[in-house]
Design a protein around this ligand. Structure first.
Ligand code: AMP
Ligand code: MG
Length: 690
């Protein structure tokens, strides 16, 4: 079964019409897809709600989207009640019973009388209680006086969910009793109309699933300016839409055939983890404008830049664990650097502003070294100071020890000496509160130093991007194994795994797959579970054995990128279970070039890094070439004697050329007549992050 596409969450109400102005205690619906929620919908009464839900479900069904529809009231009653009422243990029979007996209109309904009738059949003192009407009803206690409940007070789920209310109370704060009575008939009609499956009573093999939810399980206080019910449904929808499909399957694997269950109970941490995830990519994120035959490189890159977003979760980590990770927010300096004025040299400190001529100052007995708390200097004196020492009070200037003569407890030196000479001002590097490191930066050695120096303790970072690398091709054998005639060693996988690691991501070796659709599908499924991105090589064109593109095509999210670039056959880009897939060409040279030019910046964005174009340099060519117009070209190149040499063969299977090169020469779309000395753009592998 495909995972759910759309998540609808409904906060129900057992009361009457709430009027036209959006308010609390009405019915609210929240919708989310892939971690993006829509504006919550206000539904003033149950009749309006039933119509709205029906048209919503119809639209989703017609669009081919699978719907998870959550409702915030119990789908069943404590053990025994169902049989007592209907003669069977099937809770859906109970739904039918209520549908047949509940009368409902915007301004009045029979819920209290119906509850009293049920009570009277069981001794007339329970299980239902509380009455919001002015008139007394025979058999319905208003409060606990004289109340006797022949059934358990709560379902097992309510026993486990702290704060959950019993389903017997029909009125008063937090009571859900009326919501069930008035909600089940609506769901009963809708489930028949749409063939919806009801969780956990039926297998969820349909396009619409009805699921019992309780938003307060993980959501507490709404933001100040929002109605709590409205916020809860939209936030629940967003959160559940972000739960990974395998986790969702586990959460739904519940055995509670009579009483039902609260979705997510026991999985609160998974829900909270999901809530912190960024939205999923949209299905069209790789869709290039239709009709364009050969897309220029710059346009393809611009498309990636605009349509991709970080996919990794964000967490706060101690600064020492942040190195190598990408900042998710700007980091503020907690301390100035330097924190206090200090001396930049070994020498003698004094009060500055000494004019021309010889100066002689008595030398203080104290000394200031790095690490000493700032001391104090008598007026007119000088003090021995060592590099890094905080300036003592009374010192604002330092003279180099090489420029000083020490004798008879005095120092002498020649002026002029400007005030502040040889000292560092407090905060001259970074002031406390300034941005030390911007968001979207991978913390390398320099940033690690800066964060440490500025006293930062914790940093918001993205989880590392996990990149699955898969090779495809019937002809491939593992390096180190024996290759039969007709077989070749898998060269792309070790290459791409190393590239991924160098770029700062986490490589996941997902092995080789023969040219077999079913095997590839299974490997994609595994990769989608373990990784954030899938890199494949081979099988990306449109031929008989090009299973990567064929398989991705089935998802409806794939675009075959025909880019005006050499080397580079088509790239197959798409989503597999929401995970972006880069189907690279099989030729190792084309695979590496396409990975560096397209997958590298794309993965950086997915990992939370800001977009970066590789830094190239114009250098004189050491070669001749008559370049034709119409596509960009990347040549394997290296710098010798200040000029760019290129590998003698442009053959795309020549792996030796990759190892020979230190970078690429990038030639533009236009025609070029290159002779030795013509400036060409050279991009070192280092600029790509290799
Ligand atoms: P394909 O894109 O699958 O049509 O492959 C194009 C060329 O690249 C063929 O000659 C393949 O044998 C070769 N090739 C594909 N995958 C690899 C790999 N992992 N290592 C080395 N060569 C490969
Ligand atoms: Mg192949």
């Amino acid at each position: 079964m495909t995972p759910f596409d759309t998540f609808l969450m409904v906060d129900w109400s057992g009361g009457n019409d709430r009027g036209p102005t959006p308010c609390a205690d009405a019915i609210w619906a929240g919708v989310a897809r892939g971690g993006r929620s829509e504006e919550p919908v206000y539904l003033r009464n149950r009749q309006v709600a039933e119509d709205w839900i029906a048209s919503f479900l119809r639209e989703e069904r017609d669009a081919g989207r699978r719907v998870f529809a959550g409702f915030d009231f119990p789908f069943g009653y404590p053990k025994g009640f169902c049989r007592a009422l209907t003669g069977e243990d099937d809770p859906l029979g109970l739904w039918g019973w209520f549908e047949a007996h509940v009368e409902d209109a915007p301004d009045r309904n029979n819920r209290f009388d119906l509850a009293a009738r049920i009570n009277l059949a069981h001794g007339g003192k329970g299980p239902f209680w509380a009455n919001a009407l002015r008139r007394d009803i025979d058999g319905l206690p208003r409060n606990m006086t004289g109340y006797v409940n022949p059934f358990p007070k709560k379902r097992l789920a309510e026993e486990k969910a702290t704060g959950a209310f019993t389903c017997w109370q029909l009125a008063g704060a937090g009571a859900v009793g009326s919501q069930i009575l008035m909600g089940l008939p609506v769901l009963e009609r809708l489930r028949h109309r749409f063939g919806a499956a009801v969780w956990p009573f039926e297998p969820l093999k349909t396009d619409i699933a009805f699921v019992e939810i309780w938003p307060s399980l993980t959501l507490d206080k709404a933001p100040d300016n929002m109605i709590r019910d409205a916020w809860q449904v939209s936030e629940t929808a967003r959160m559940v839409s972000l739960v990974p499909p395998d986790t969702l399957a586990k959460m739904l694997a519940v055995d509670a055939s009579e009483e039902g269950w609260i979705f997510g109970l026991g999985f609160e941490d998974d829900l909270k983890t999901a809530a912190a995830l960024p939205p999923l990519l949209t299905n069209s994120c790789f869709a290039l404008p239709p009709g364009v035959q050969w897309t220029p490189v710059a346009e393809a890159l611009e498309h990636l830049r605009r349509n991709l977003a970080p996919v990794t979760a964000i967490r706060n980590v101690p600064v020492a664990q942040a190195t190598g990770l990408v900042t998710a927010a700007a980091v503020q300096a907690a301390r100035s650097n330097p924190p206090l004025p200090n001396t930049a040299v070994d020498g003698y400190g004094f009060a500055g502003g000494r004019p021309d001529g010889v100066h002689r100052l008595p030398l203080s007995a104290s000394r200031a070294a790095a690490g000493d708390a700032p001391g104090r200097l008598g007026a007119g004196e000088a003090m021995r100071v060592l590099t890094g020492a905080a300036l003592p009070e009374g010192v604002d200037t330092v003279v180099l020890q090489e420029d000083v003569v020490v004798a008879d407890g005095h120092i002498s030196f020649r002026g002029p000496v400007k005030t502040g000479a040889n000292t560092r001002r407090a905060g001259e590097d970074v002031t406390s509160g300034d941005t030390a490191v911007a968001a979207g930066v991978r913390i390398g050695a320099p940033e690690a130093a800066l964060l440490a120096a500025t006293g930062v303790r914790t940093v918001q970072v993205h989880d590392p991007l996990r990149v699955a690398v898969v090779s495809t091709g019937e002809e491939l054998v593992e390096q180190g194994d024996v290759a039969r005639d007709g077989q070749i060693f898998d060269a792309n996988r070790p290459m791409l795994l190393e590239m991924v690691a160098r770029l700062g991501h986490v490589p996941l070796d997902m092995g080789r797959v023969p040219d077999d659709r079913a095997a590839l599908k299974q490997r994609f499924d595994e990769a989608a579970l373990r990784a954030d991105v899938i890199l494949t090589s081979g099988g990306a064109s449109a031929g008989d054995e090009d299973h990567v593109s064929a398989l991705l095509d089935e998802t409806g999210t794939m675009t075959l990128w025909r880019i005006a670039v050499k080397p580079g056959r088509p790239l197959a880009l798409g989503l597999w279970q929401q995970k972006p897939v880069f189907g690279l060409p099989g030729n190792p040279v084309a695979a590496l070039v396409c990975a560096l030019v397209f997958a590298r910046p794309a993965m950086a964005v997915l990992a939370g890094e800001t977009w970066s174009d590789p830094q190239g340099f114009d250098v004189p060519a050491a070669f001749s070439k008559n370049k034709k117009p119409g596509r960009s070209e990347y040549l394997r190149a290296r710098i010798r004697n200040g000029a760019a040499e290129v590998f003698p063969s442009e053959g795309s299977g020549r792996i030796s050329g990759l190892a020979w090169a230190d970078g690429l020469v990038e030639l533009p779309m236009e025609a070029m007549d290159i002779t030795p000395g013509t400036p060409v753009r050279y991009i070192p592998f280092g600029s790509f992050g290799l």
